[in-house]
Design a protein around this ligand. Structure first.
Ligand SMILES: [Zn+2]
Length: 310
């Protein structure tokens, strides 16, 4: 009967709407997730840790911060669906932070991405994005014509950031950038994510930085890059083609104890150590990193490792 069919349709539509409302409410009350994807400092591939990257997930939307070597693979290992990629933030243009920037976009697209992606970071991000698409035009065009994929290039919107400011906000997060001190790389940014339930700050690479203290004020979580100065001589001994590497590292990174001091000054609840320099020196134990940070910080210290969710 038409009446009963329409009544049944009407009732099931109400039920579906109710289910959707419940799902949406459940999703919105869910915690904002932070997963460390890569925790090594430096671009040299190594067994112990992947290069720098992390993802924040809110309402099934993925915000990736930095794209070191293997970031797409690390997302797969973390069981984050690549098509949920929505925003990419690059802190600065060192290869341990951007080597797989283009590859992440391309590989997410091959994994089913068909929606907009916004990317944020210092110049020349726009040119890098264009050159990457040019370099990979053969594969991209082939997959569009052979596999019926949506064109990739129009999905990607690049935003170059020149100074510290609120860079974007949506239903899930407000993102604020601050200039940090990573000479001679200018500009280099830290990013703060203020979500409904928590605030997370990613330092990027920086020497001890007052602007980072200001950005991180009162945050729940600060992920800070760290180095262990007594081990730097052994580290540079393993890299034979960079005669000024030691001076460069000492000038533009933060010792673990000073990262503790930054966390204390900012009044954050939890300090997460990451971007370890060195990342693979057996003489620098987990306890040594943690004790160094705790020497200047009374809050909780977490030793970062790949795929750790915080
Ligand atoms: Zn760097």
């Amino acid at each position: 009967m038409p009446v009963s069919i329409s009544r049944r349709t009407f009732l099931s539509a109400i039920a579906a709407a109710g289910t959707m409302r419940c799902r949406r409410a459940a999703a919105q009350s869910a915690v904002t997730r932070l997963i460390l994807l890569g925790t090594a400092g430096g671009p040299r591939p190594q067994r112990a840790r992947a290069a720098s990257a992390q993802v924040i997930i809110s309402n099934d939307v993925a915000y990736v911060i930095d794209c070191g070597d293997g970031v797409a693979r690390q997302l797969a290992l973390a069981e984050v669906p690549l098509p949920t990629l929505r925003h990419i933030f690059i802190t600065h243009h060192h290869s341990d932070h951007n080597a797989d920037y283009g590859n992440l976009i391309l590989l997410a697209w091959t994994a089913g991405l068909r929606t907009r992606v916004d990317t944020w970071g210092p110049a020349p991000l726009e040119r890098m994005t264009k050159l990457f698409f040019d370099m990979n035009a053969y594969d991209i065009d082939a997959r569009i014509s052979n596999e019926g994929r949506v064109p990739l290039t129009p999905l990607v919107h690049v935003h170059e950031i020149r100074d510290g400011r609120v860079v974007m906000s949506d239903d899930n997060v407000k993102v604020t950038a601050a200039l940090v001190d990573h000479p001679p790389v200018v500009p280099a940014f830290a990013y703060r994510f203020d979500a409904r339930d928590r605030s997370i700050v990613i330092s990027g690479d920086t020497a001890p930085s007052e602007s980072l203290v200001k950005l991180a004020r009162g945050a729940d979580v600060l992920v800070h890059s760290v180095m262990y100065p007594p081990a730097i001589d052994r580290l540079v001994g393993r890299v034979p083609n960079a005669s000024a590497l030691k001076e460069s590292i000492l000038r533009h990174q933060t010792p673990a104890d000073e990262a503790g001091g930054i966390a204390e000054a900012a009044g954050v609840k939890t300090l997460v150590l990451s971007h370890f320099v060195p990342a693979d020196d057996p003489q620098v134990t987990d306890e040594m990193w943690i004790e160094a940070a705790q020497s200047r910080f009374r809050g909780k210290v977490i030793l970062g490792r790949d795929l750790l969710e915080i």
